[in-house]
Design a protein around this ligand. Structure first.
Ligand SMILES: *[C@@H]1O[C@H](CO)[C@@H](O)[C@H](O)[C@H]1NC(C)=O
Length: 356
């Protein structure tokens, strides 16, 4: 009798257990379905993106410039980002194209700058301190931390920093194209030159901006009005790609070489992305400093070495070109050089060597 009771209790327990197990299986299976769906969606995106790009080159343009990526800041208020000696202004490089620009004066002028308007900033450009025009890379706008970081480094060295958002970037109007970016950059350069009097004017390009920089440096040189010097940070060599050669903006596909085919010549040329630093540096005779981190994941370090060698043999001079390499252990990657404590010294020495 006792035994039977025990048995029935045990079987009841087992039944309960069975129910519990079922519930667990059900929750786990619905969770698993979602994970599977997410994984399938990711794989589909990963595989189809190159095909979509092949079919719709305008998507490629979007990917390369990524101009629509915005940071949620009010670009008319640079002081929100600690740039308390900066004025926001707008230039019209071409009918219908309005460009947002920040002018930052040397740090020692920050007190004097309080409450001053654009006119004061414009006049300051001619105060004899070097002026740097900064051409940024392919994502976001002039408020990105690494761009503000470079402006701060330059300003603390006693230089002016002029930072532009090309057409289609930030609060600038228009759509980015290679010709458009070049037009904007040249326009800004002439605008600065008209105010800088005897101050030397330098160009600093980063990433995609390196091609814009070397491009206008060549144009200005050919017109007999060369830039005083150029700094290229995180520069890349790929302009006209050879088939199978990876494009720097598709680094996340590098591990899967077959996909590179879809990024080869056609879609690139359809958008006139002839952003060739190599071709430009073959012609450029302007003093040049190349800054590059050894752990750069977008533009691998060998690209900087190739550019350095190209410029050195083109200029037939060791003195007018230098390559400053930053150790990979710092983790600067593609954007972080501005954090290097030795950077201000490299820049100061370069500026002094050019001014001599
Ligand atoms: C303004 O900026 C300068 C230079 O970066 C800094 O030294 C100063 O402390 C700032 N002043 C204020 C009130 O934030």
């Amino acid at each position: 009798m006792r035994r039977r009771v025990d048995e029935s209790v045990a079987s009841k327990r087992n039944e309960e257990k069975g129910v519990k197990n079922k519930v667990q299986v059900q929750t786990r299976s619905s969770w698993w379905v979602w994970v599977k769906r997410a994984l399938i969606a990711l794989c589909t995106l990963y595989v189809t993106t190159p095909f979509v790009l092949r079919l719709f080159p305008s998507v490629m343009q979007y990917l390369v410039y990524k101009h629509a990526v915005t940071y949620f800041v009010d670009l008319s208020r640079p002081s929100d980002l600690g740039l308390n000696h900066t004025v926001n202004m707008y230039l019209t490089s071409e009918e219908g194209v309005t460009l947002g620009v920040w002018l930052t004066v040397p740090e020692q002028k920050w007190k004097e700058s309080q409450g001053k308007g654009l006119e004061w900033y414009e006049q300051s450009l001619g105060d004899g301190s070097p002026v740097f025009i900064y051409f940024h890379g392919n994502t976001g706008n002039r408020a990105a931390p690494h761009r503000v970081g470079v402006a701060n480094v330059l300003s603390s060295l006693g230089y002016h920093a002029v930072v532009i958002d090309y057409r289609g970037f930030g609060d600038s109007t228009g759509e980015p194209t290679q010709d458009g970016l070049t037009t904007d950059a040249l326009y800004l350069y002439h605008w600065v030159r008209a105010r800088s009097k005897d101050s030397p004017v330098f160009i600093w390009g980063h990433s995609l901006g390196t091609a814009v920089s070397s491009g206008i440096a060549v144009i200005l040189q050919e017109k007999g009005n060369p830039v005083d010097a150029v700094i290229l940070e995180g520069a890349f060599t790929a302009g006209k790609l050879q088939k199978g050669q990876p494009h720097p903006f598709t680094w996340y596909y590098w591990r899967f070489p077959y996909i590179q085919y879809y990024f080869s010549l056609d879609s690139i040329e359809a958008n006139k992305l002839e952003l060739s630093n190599v071709e430009n540096l073959k012609k450029m005779r302007t003093p040049l400093m190349i800054l590059h981190s050894k752990d750069d994941h977008m533009a691998p370090f060998w690209m900087a070495e190739e550019l350095y060698n190209t410029a050195k043999s083109a200029m037939k001079s060791e003195e007018k070109v230098q390559l400053v390499a930053f150790d990979g252990s710092h983790g600067y990657l593609h954007n972080g050089l501005y954090r290097d404590p030795a950077l201000p010294n490299y820049i100061r020495e370069f500026v002094q060597s050019v001014a001599k």
